[in-house]
Design a binder for this molecule. Sequence first.
Ligand SMILES: Nc1nc2c(c(=O)[nH]1)N[C@H]1C(S)=C(S)[C@@H](COP(=O)(O)OP(=O)(O)OC[C@H]3O[C@@H](n4cnc5c(=O)[nH]c(N)nc54)[C@H](O)[C@@H]3O)O[C@H]1N2
Ligand SMILES: Nc1nc2c(c(=O)[nH]1)N[C@H]1C(S)=C(S)[C@@H](COP(=O)(O)OP(=O)(O)OC[C@H]3O[C@@H](n4cnc5c(=O)[nH]c(N)nc54)[C@H](O)[C@@H]3O)O[C@H]1N2
Ligand SMILES: [Mo]
Length: 776
Amino acid sequence: MDDATSTTPEVFDAAGQGGDGPTDERAWSQQDYHHPSAGWGAAKSVAKVLIKEQRLFDSPKVMLAMNQEGKGFDCPGCAWPDALDGLKLDLCENGLKHVAWEMTPKRVDADFFARHTVTELSSWTDFALEDQGRLTEPMVYDPDTDHYVPIGWDEAFALFGRAIQALDSPDEAAFYTSGRLGNEATFLYQLMAREIGTNNLPDCSNMCHEASGRGLQASLGTGKGTADLRDWDTADAIFIHGINAASNAPRMLTALAMAYRRGAEIVHVNPLVEAGGGATVIPHEFLHMALDKKTPTSTLNLQVRPGGDLAFMRAIAKAVLEQAEHDPRALDHEFIERYTTGFEAYAALVRATSWADLERQSGMSKAQLLQAAGIYSRADRSIISWCLGVTQHEHGVDTIREMVNVLLLRGNLGREGTGPSPVRGHSNVQGNRTCGIDNNPPAEFLDRLAAATGIEPPRHDGYDTVSAIHAMNAGRLKVFVGMGGNFALAAPDTAYTASGLRKVDLTVQVSTKLNRSHLVHGKAALILPCVARTERDMQASGEQWTSVEDGMAMVHLSHGIRPAASPHLMSEPAILAGLAKAALPATATRWDWYVEDYDRIRDTMSAALYGFEDFNRRVRHPHGFRIKQPARELVFLTPSGRAEFSTAPLPDVIPADPDLLVLQTMRSHDQWNTTIYSDDDRYRGVKNLRTLVFMNAADMAARGLAEGDLVDITAISRDGSLRELRGYRALTYNVPRGSAAGYMPEMNVLVGIADYSTQSDQPLMKNLLVRVTPAR
Ligand SMILES: Nc1nc2c(c(=O)[nH]1)N[C@H]1C(S)=C(S)[C@@H](COP(=O)(O)OP(=O)(O)OC[C@H]3O[C@@H](n4cnc5c(=O)[nH]c(N)nc54)[C@H](O)[C@@H]3O)O[C@H]1N2
Ligand SMILES: Nc1nc2c(c(=O)[nH]1)N[C@H]1C(S)=C(S)[C@@H](COP(=O)(O)OP(=O)(O)OC[C@H]3O[C@@H](n4cnc5c(=O)[nH]c(N)nc54)[C@H](O)[C@@H]3O)O[C@H]1N2
Ligand SMILES: [Mo]
């Protein structure tokens, strides 16, 4: 990086705030990006990664095995579903980069750890840490020498077992899940936690789509979206809120381009005009690829005020209700009558909300709002989809319920081409929740689990991500297990999270690559390396497969095809069995028996989990199977037995102090959550710079800032505490006045632990109140 200084507080010793990319002497630059998304820019970027990871030769074979029905592995890149015709080269630049990252020939072995102390590694960038390659054998932290040293698997398990048995209460242990974990391992993981006696199961969903689950559950009685890929292929109008599709769900672009060709309306609602709101070259259309021929992926881009999506949706509802005064077809009266409750109260609320308030809170003119409403009312079938731009706000749950309200008005549910459609993040994050990762599990789930497994699960709630961090800091958490992920960097309030992790007696990280969470560790610490998604998993009965659930509730098998990165790796289910047996000497669960043959885990899951009946047979179908969505069949598991209109007050999302900006933290094109591939952000035209803040030209001018000036960013937390990042560069960008944007995870130093939504408990990662001033 250039002269951008490090930050305060220096959370990770010499390393600054974490989340940094490769150090590079090149100067930074920024230009507008005029090319279509995907296409040759993407192809070039993939080639670079394959060359860097020395994977140009065997990659084509591996890539062709990705997302192919009935064989091959599920792309770990995102949760977008696989193409249903199974013929397409169903892959994307960022999926390929993600797989290449996993397949690197580089290794982090015992010699590596012997050469570097933890203190030394702590001064490395996060890029450099992961760039060392794959972890090869279990390691334990040695406080006398400050090195990680090798430990046998059995000894490692025994260390964990002793730590669990030494607890005063099982609730002194917490078990974090990142959304990579396959369904079978997920089931064993929650079984272990609950047999130990705790529901402390924080997960990345607590930072991601918790609001979606809660909103949909309250409105429709299901925590998932109802739309699937066929619906995306048949909708007349698709509304896309708060997703950077070209970077974070690139295979969605194909669905959007196809929708455009059939004449569907595609409305992007986002404070930024992202590349997905432009045009794309569809990668498997080789002729178009050769000619760089682009297809639009948008018919309308609307720049919403941060947090203004509820107002935007209510404006659509208001326009629909006004139209209904003279046009009986504006509302689906029959649907409302038969399937919903609360319509009158909602309609009264909407009528009572003024256009002036809706304009102000959405940040759009009435003309723009009516244009969007016109698209919605002309369409026979509409889908509304969203991602983090909606969920990581205070009013995420209310906003999602408002989206459902709007869908209900015109019966856009339970029919082809319609429905709510959250775009999930990690490739199996939805499966994790389905298979029991829930710190607040419903009683029916626990009853079925008890009946199927014979364990007595605890009935009280456990910690989620935010409460787990508090518990660590208060000395109430003694053992923390990270099943994948990078908790130290992904979680909010980096300094507070780090101090919490350091107070824990034992941290256990099950990982594929070295990351910050191995360096910010408990008094004792284990690194347990595992077999990855692309790799073969051999057990006593032969080769095993694992299943995953995509973001549209399709469950299918994933077959690793490459040899494991090291002969000393264990699979995630095998590691969990080892940990569980050590922690539970009198266990009633046949852990080894399960690991010998994952079909046995699936048989128990059939009995324990709703929607997994006959799991082993159905999952072997070429596309797997779809978990039944009752709401899709117009069966509503809500208290009223109907779809419930909500009546949330219109939130005021405009900061009272005009000097404050609303800052969102987002991903660059060249990163995967806490994994940073480079300091570039292609579609936003940025090269070699991550320590930046995008601002509106008028907000720059008001602060006397010129392009590229160094600034300090001070976040004002809800509890009044201040957090600061120094020496960032302010860049002019097309963001609404009063808002700003920068990158996660480094900006997690600005997210106060008190800054979480009271509706979803999600940290407000898209809604920080900050002051930006010229650097001191
Ligand atoms: N290549 C790649 N793919 C990924 C990931 C990755 O890091 N890299 N991460 C995966 C994960 S875990 C997830 S959860 C998803 C995340 O996918 P995204 O949700 O696309 O993630 P972000 O980069 O945080 O982008 C948030 C988007 O919301 C917009 N936004 C911010 N505030 C608002 C608002 O108030 N209203 C609206 N309408 N929009 C707003 C931002 O401008 C931005 O476009 O991607 C998954 N896929
Ligand atoms: N400020 C801010 N913070 C955010 C967000 C934001 O938008 N803004 N987004 C949030 C969201 S949506 C999410 S989902 C979280 C992500 O949080 P996490 O899921 O905790 O983080 P990742 O960066 O995805 O985890 C990367 C690590 O996972 C490990 N890993 C990779 N593959 C495997 C595997 O197959 N098995 C195992 N056991 N380990 C593996 C590797 O060691 C790698 O270093 O971050 C959240 N944090
Ligand atoms: Mo996520």
